[in-house]
Every structure is written in C-alpha cells, then in structure tokens.
Design a protein around this ligand. Structure first.
Ligand code: PLP
Length: 396
C-alpha cells in the first residue's frame, strides 16, 4: 500500500550543509586556547548602516498592518532606481518587471515551482553550477525536475561549463541557475557568457535565473548583470530572464530579509501569482529600511573596501592561489575537505565549510566541490589575516 505520509521528493535531499557540518563536528571541540573564528557561513558581520535605527523607529507603526506581497511603492521605486542606475536600464518598469522578496533564498527556491512542469513526459532539467548554493538543488528536486550539473573546474576558471551539453539535454531544460559572482568559487559571468546563454535559451526554449546577490562585492570592475546584457542585445523586454539580488551581502543586512526579483514581465506575473499563495510580504518597517538601503551607496562603498582589504590581507599571508573575482569567499584546494575542516576546528578553532557539502555528485559519482574548502571573509581585515595564519598551520 502506498504510504500517504511519504515525501518522496524531499527525501531525495540530504541534510543542508550546515546541518552536515554540525554532525561532522559532533565529536570535536575547538582548540580552547584560541578565540573561535567562524568562517563557515556567508554572513556579513559589519556594523549596521547608520540609517537603520532611525528609519525603523520612524516606521514602527507599520507592524500593525499586513504588508503587500509585491512590496510597497516606495520600496519598488527604490529598487527600480537602483537597478536603473547600477545596470543602465532606463526603461525598466517598476510596476510589471519588479517584485520584492524576503531575501532571495526563498525566491530562488520558489522560482523552480513556477517554472517547472512536473507533469512533463520526461522530467525537465534544471541546470545549475556544481558546486552551487544548495538552494538551487533543493528547489529543482522538490519542484519535480532533475538537477543537471555543470562542472565548475579550476582549469576552466570555475566557469560553469556549457561545452559538453548536447541538444537533447538543452531541449529538456526548463531553466538554468547562474550565480554571478559565484558562491563558492568567486567566478563572474562576463558579457559573452550571458549572451551565449540567451542565444541557447531562444534556441531551446528555456529561462535564465541569475542569482546576482554578490554583484556589489568584486575585485576591480563592477560585474555586468544579465538584464544589462539582454538590453544591450536589443532584448528590452528581458524575455526569458529573471535576476535576483539582495541587501544581505551588499548592505550587510542578512537579518533584514530583503531582496528583489526583476526581469521578464510575463515571468514576473507568473511568479507574483505563486507568491500570492506562498510568499509573505516583508513587514512594512523593514520595507522602509530596505528602500533606504537601495538608495544609499555610501555604506556599500565602505563595505566593499572592507571586503577588498580582507581578501588582500588573507592572500598576503596565504600566498599564491586562485583569488575570487567577486564575493567574499575563498575557495582553496585541500587533499580531503572533511578531514581538513575537522583539523581546522580542533587545532585552530576555525570553522570552514568542506567544499563537497556545496557540490552534488554527478552521473560519474564526481562531486566538483570535493577537495576544496570554502572560507567566508566576513569579519574584517585583521580576522582575515589571522584566519590565513591559522589555516596555514593546519596539519591533516
Ligand atoms: C549565492 C547566494 N544566493 C542567495 C543567497 C541568499 O541570500 P538572502 O536570502 O539573504 O538574500 C545566498 C546567501 O548566502 C547566497 O550565497
């Protein structure tokens, strides 16, 4: 008899990386002689931007109202203005081409449920980089799709490799997640990469979801965005394109839970329908803070300086290595990533994430994250240097 309580799709997912990490460390204690450095989670730990407290006080009464799911007009206007400024999109329409989200995590997850047809004769593919932000994988599986993994390897500069994908696979593809700048590798999609994907999307009828959460953290020039490339190619309706961005990294406000979704009006309408069922609106006082944060570049420039100095401080100690073009993660090769993580914790009181927890096994049982560790430089310059000193001392 069929078990009515079984959750077959969810059961295909393993534990989330941080749960796995807890389990990995269950018999370990961090070296008590050292202060713990937590470089495991990508959680910025910079001072609150100065406008947060006052704006919150000013709008406190908003907690007594239900917030609109799509965001209120002030926030939508601030988001549209930022996207127009940052990505040179003069014609972006705030009414039809923008939605707000409670951070992008939930939106990146939910989008699969709006773009995948689980009743298709053959399971559709959702393409994604490998290693990846694990939400993409969970979203694809629970939406009834199959995850198609694009290996991101050091020899290819960690670019999600499109070369080996054949026509049959593209035909089955419902959509692709691109993460640029990439968590965890720091790779950035250039103009040509996005342009090629747009061509393929037209040829094989699929959508592109670009996770650009780290777009304001980069080593030299600001990364190009998917919508900007689309518009440059004459695609002013952004057809087939959705981008997600967030205040969590740019403004160091991960607890605010505020992000944006922008692009193709048809996809936005479809997503808005799904979100009218699933997505809670961001509380109004938080929307007011978010509107201020999208409008202010001063604090973002200060944060960028801290991230750049932290990366410099880390690599000054660590020495020659792959340096990320964007994001605040370092992605370092090691022999055995789990063994290294345990040793770093026990010997040096450092928490980092084994790379295999950010990858998935492909058909050849190869996990493109294995043999790497990810460390987040989120505590400023001094801690970044200290982290490099301690990681260098780890003996496996
Ligand atoms: C690649 C990537 N995308 C999206 C997110 C989600 O961020 P938030 O939900 O805070 O906007 C994260 C957070 O760590 C991330 O690393």
């Amino acid at each position: 008899m069929m078990d009515k309580h079984a959750q077959p799709l969810l059961n295909h997912l393993g534990a989330y990386p941080f749960e796995r990490l807890k389990k990995l460390f269950r018999h370990s204690t961090p070296n008590p002689e050292l202060l713990h450095i937590d470089a495991g989670a990508g959680e910025p730990r910079l001072p609150l931007p100065s406008f947060v407290q006052d704006t919150l006080n000013e709008h406190i009464q908003g907690f007594s109202k239900y917030p609109p799911t799509r965001g209120n007009a002030d926030l939508q206007r601030a988001i549209a203005a930022w996207l127009k400024r940052r990505f040179h999109l003069p014609h972006l329409d705030m009414r039809t081409q923008i939605l707000t989200a409670n951070g992008t995590r939930e939106a990146l997850f939910a989008i699969a449920h709006a773009l995948v047809n689980p009743e298709a004769e053959q399971k559709p593919y959702v393409m994604m980089p490998n290693p990846m932000y694990q939400i993409y994988y969970g979203a694809a599986i629970t939406a009834g799709a199959e995850a198609y993994l694009l290996p991101c390897l050091v020899d290819g500069g960690f670019e999600p490799c499109l070369d080996d994908v054949d026509a049959k696979t593209w035909e089955r593809t419902a959509f692709i997640y691109v993460c640029s700048p990439s968590n965890p590798t720091g790779w950035i999609a250039g103009h040509d990469y996005y342009a090629r994907l747009l061509e393929l999307a037209d040829q094989y009828d699929f959508y592109i979801v670009a996770d650009e959460c780290y777009s304001e953290i980069y080593s030299d020039t600001p990364p190009v965005g998917l919508l900007e490339v689309a518009q440059g190619l004459g695609r002013t309706d952004f057809s087939r394109c959705l981008v997600m961005n967030s205040l969590s990294k740019r403004s160091a406000l991960p607890g605010l839970r505020s992000g944006l979704i922008a692009g193709d009006a048809k996809l936005i309408a479809r997503f808005a329908k799904l979100r009218s069922y699933t997505g809670a609106g961001t509380p109004l006082p938080l929307q007011a803070v978010a509107a201020k944060a999208w409008a202010d570049e001063g604090h973002v420039a200060e944060h960028l300086e801290v991230y750049r100095n932290s990366l410099r401080a880390f690599f000054d100690v660590w020495g020659k290595a792959h340096e990320p073009a964007g994001s605040f993660f370092v992605w370092l090769p090691v022999e055995d990533d789990e063994a290294f993580a345990i040793a770093a914790y026990e010997q040096q009181a450092v928490t980092i994430l084994p790379g295999s927890y950010l990858g998935a096994e492909d058909a050849q049982a190869c996990n493109a994250g294995s043999g790497y560790i990810r460390a987040a430089l989120v505590d400023g310059e001094d801690k970044a240097a200290e982290l490099a000193v301690r990681l260098k001392k780890v003996k496996v």
